[in-house]
Design a protein around this ligand. Sequence first.
Ligand code: M6P
Ligand code: ZN
Length: 187
Amino acid sequence: MSSILAPKLHFRRLELQGGSLDRISRRVGDLDDIFHDQRAYAALPKDKLVYEVVSSFPVPDGTEGGLFIGITYIYPGKVGDEYFMTKGHFHKIRNRAEVYVCMEGEGMLILMNEDRTRTWAEKMEPGSVHYINGFTAHRTANTGSGMLSFGACWPSDAGHDYDTISEHGFSKILVERGGVPTLVDRA
Ligand code: M6P
Ligand code: ZN
């Protein structure tokens, strides 16, 4: 007789459960090189939570052919006119793709090609599914007044390349212009 297991990832409950879960909290103080308005950044408390990630790694990191699953929760807020957002990354193995599924809130998935000549965004709303091609940097911003929560699924050998983003950034930033999230060239 085989056992029946409860689901570990539950979109309606907005949580991952059971097993060994990895939890990361990113606070203002952890994000010193991503926001464009350094004066507004310096005025915020360093311990203010910006986002949290809960991840399940069913196979060891680096395994070819496996998948990782995570949920990211981004708090509402802004640094100057720029929305709270994730650090963003390319995958270390550049051709690895990823899928995001928005569970609650309003947001934008910001994408950039590898040579930084094109940055664009997709609107995230509850139920929206986003295919992120390989070779494409990705970050998410909370453009609403409540939490933005989304599920993610990515190959277990993809890895995160944060260095390229902290060194060069995205070529456009997402800011509020007259109440509307707008992508603009970096000054
Ligand atoms: C999603 C996935 C994770 C990622 C997280 C936060 O859940 O893409 O791999 O860690 O978003 O994004 P970042 O790592 O760029 O801060
Ligand atoms: Zn990724």
